[in-house]
Design a protein around this ligand. Structure first.
Ligand code: MD6
Ligand code: FE
Length: 219
């Protein structure tokens, strides 16, 4: 067992609000809360070079969540399918570099969950406004499923749906707040998950937006 997601988790992190949500999946409440400002500043720089856009699924639906990427690879979808690309299809240029702040927090969060030496090469940046949602899906376009995913929430709170390995498994509902981090890997790596329609709100830093960074080893 190399994931700290057993019942001893609470004792391994005395005084820290860390919760195992499933084998391989850990919820680190407030893990980046003190760094929301620099993280949001980095998102702003990324979006200046690679703007948020609403991508189209292979089935022809436009996603309600706006997306961009940074890192060596970026996740995209269009009529041809879901995949990682090294260039932004809007500009033809490489995705913006991954900020050091992102890689550092991702590695620290992964290590806290028992995944040593996590080195993400892709970061999908999701932007939600009230009413937008992410339907249940699995992250399965990466090559190496031994590597975890680190997911950072900023801005308005959201209800995150954490399901099982089958689409029909009833998901748990987690209220993710600004600064919360999820780490999941191992037996949770291919769990179905999604986000309920975002409620209206006004975050002091982001106003009417929620941002989510999902950091992955894609290549
Ligand atoms: C979101 N997150 O929180 C969407 N995927 O906006 C994801 O789809 C996700 O949070 C894999 C691992 C963690 C995640
Ligand atoms: Fe996902």
């Amino acid at each position: 067992m190399n994931h700290r997601t057993d019942s001893a988790t609470a004792e391994l992190f005395p005084g820290e609000p860390i919760e195992a949500i499933a084998p391989g999946a850990l919820w680190l409440r407030g893990f980046v809360a003190d760094n929301a400002n620099p993280l949001l500043g980095a998102i702003e720089s990324i979006a200046a070079a690679a703007p948020f856009r609403n991508m189209v699924t292979p089935g022809g639906f436009t996603m309600s969540v706006a997306m961009t990427n940074c890192g060596k690879a970026g996740w995209i979808t269009d009529r041809r399918g879901y995949r990682y690309t090294e260039n932004d299809p809007l500009s033809g240029k490489p995705w913006p570099a991954m900020p050091r702040l992102f890689t550092e927090f991702a590695a620290r969060a992964a290590a806290a969950a028992g995944f040593a030496d996590f080195a993400p090469d892709a970061c999908l940046v999701n932007r939600y406004e009230p009413g937008t949602r992410m339907s249940l899906h699995q992250d399965k376009d990466e090559r190496d499923f031994t590597q975890p995913i680190v997911s950072i929430s900023l801005g308005l709170p959201a209800t995150f749906l954490f399901g099982g390995l089958s689409r029909s498994d009833r998901p748990r509902r987690l209220r993710l707040e600004s600064g919360d981090v999820l780490v999941w890997g191992g037996p949770a790596r291919r769990a179905f998950h999604g986000v309920d329609p975002l409620a209206q709100g006004a975050d002091p830093l982001t106003g009417a937006y929620r941002y989510n960074l999902t950091l992955r080893k894609a290549l």
